[in-house]
Design a protein around this ligand. Structure first.
Ligand SMILES: Nc1ncnc2c1ncn2[C@@H]1O[C@H](COP(=O)(O)OP(=O)(O)OP(=O)(O)O)[C@@H](O)[C@H]1O
Ligand SMILES: [Mg+2]
Length: 385
């Protein structure tokens, strides 16, 4: 099988009684236990998983959306595992990593001689996954010609292999995932509107890490344990409490995958002992405010103040910040404030009076912000790591 195809997912079959419970609209009280591999208990994650638990038992088409590294593939595997189709296989194809002609051949199959190099007939994934699940990863990157053929599969449950006149029936459940905004793609005529509605029957949105920082500690603890097991078994690393606060001040564009990589990198580099703030990578720790604007009101849209000096925030130009997908100024300002508060607390060894002075703000407001945003421990334990 091609390297773009991740092949069969091993299905951890649930017992019939468990599936029976899952099938009812009301979830059993222990429904969260069905997702042991998906960490996090924040409201955002619980809400997502609750709907996943409900839709997993149906046969409807699912569209999983979320930024890169949020866990879309993990959720797709869980949906299949919890579905009545778990006894059959789930096949995966990444629609962005594969040339158009090859994608078509992989999905629909082909006859012998259908194109140059087709020296034998081959069954497509839509047939190979009959009775099971086909996961179309990065579906937003699917070429328009293939989208038209996929639409027919969703509407009529049939397709024609390349070079053939025979129509083949298939009973496959489609799960699709994307990190691009498909509504935007529809407006830009890069994605068929009819296919979008056919895919978006059961939508699942996975929130970015920055919207569920309540899960940060659980995720870091788990990734740390894993990285210690692999890289630092005899001298495991621990993480200083303050590091979590600094992590909360960062945007995490690569989400959980980025967090996992950062933790692993720190464990490898530190090779045992306490991971402190200074061991965080520069994009998280430093330069969050490389050069503060001298006169914020004098800033023009090109990122220069009235004196023509350009400035950057966190190493990014103002233009590139504005070009970020789903940019929100209130969110950005909150994150910037969090970073400044953390830097002030770090500089003053956690003394809130001095930190408030440094920040030019009132102590009560500072304490409220710290508390509300869970920026840093308000009363750090006396022996803080
Ligand atoms: N809630 C979670 N708990 C534990 N690990 C997670 C969680 N979410 C994601 N991960 C891990 O993060 C990594 C990225 O997850 P996954 O590949 O499912 O993301 P994705 O949304 O498909 O990313 P991409 O858009 O880049 O394809 C994987 O190693 C996965 O195991
Ligand atoms: Mg993925």
């Amino acid at each position: 099988m091609d390297r773009h195809l991740t092949g069969e997912k091993s299905s951890q079959n649930l017992s019939d009684s468990q599936l029976g419970n899952q099938r009812s609209t009301r979830l059993p009280t222990n429904w969260r236990e069905s997702f042991p591999e998906i960490l996090g208990n924040s409201t955002a994650v619980r809400k997502t998983l609750e709907s996943v638990a409900k839709i997993a038992t149906s046969s409807g088409t699912v569209l999983i959306t979320g930024e890169s590294g949020t866990g879309k593939e993990l959720v797709a595997s869980a949906i299949h595992r919890l579905s009545p189709r778990s006894r059959t296989r789930m096949l995966t194809i990444n629609c962005s990593a594969i040339p158009e002609s090859l994608l078509e051949a992989e999905l629909f199959g082909h006859t012998r001689g259908a194109f140059t190099g087709a020296d034998r007939a081959r069954e497509g994934l839509l047939k190979a996954a009959d009775g099971g699940t086909l996961f179309l990863d990065e579906v937003g990157e699917m070429p328009l010609s293939v989208q038209a053929k996929l639409l027919r599969v969703l509407q009529q449950k049939e397709f024609t292999p390349l070079g053939s006149n025979t129509t083949i029936k298939t009973n496959v459940r489609i799960l699709a995932a994307t990190n691009v905004d498909l509504k935007d793609a529809v407006l830009g005529k890069r994605f068929r509107a009819d296919l979008y509605y056919r895919l978006n029957v059961l939508p699942v949105h996975i929130p970015p890490l920055r919207e569920r920082f309540d899960d940060l500690e659980a995720l870091v603890t788990n990734f740390l344990k894993e990285a210690n097991r692999i890289h630092s078994r005899s001298n495991p690393c621990v993480i200083a409490t303050r590091v979590f606060g600094l992590m909360r001040g960062y945007n995490w564009p690569g989400n959980i995958r980025e967090l996992q990589n950062v933790v692993e990198r720190m464990v490898v580099m530190k090779a045992g002992g306490v991971i402190q703030a200074e061991h965080l990578p520069p994009e998280i720790l430093g330069g969050r405010l490389r050069q503060a604007p001298k006169d914020e009101l004098g800033v023009d849209t090109m990122g220069s103040n009235t004196n023509g000096e350009s400035f950057s925030i966190g190493g990014d130009s103002v233009q590139s910040i504005l070009n970020q997908t789903s940019f929100s100024m209130p969110d950005y300002i909150t994150r910037l404030e969090n970073a400044l508060i953390l830097a002030a607390l770090d500089k003053t060894d956690g003394n809130k009076n001095q930190a408030a002075k440094l920040l030019g703000m009132n102590r009560t407001t500072l304490v409220e912000k710290i508390k509300k945003r869970k920026i840093a421990p308000l009363n750090p334990p006396s022996r803080e790591l």
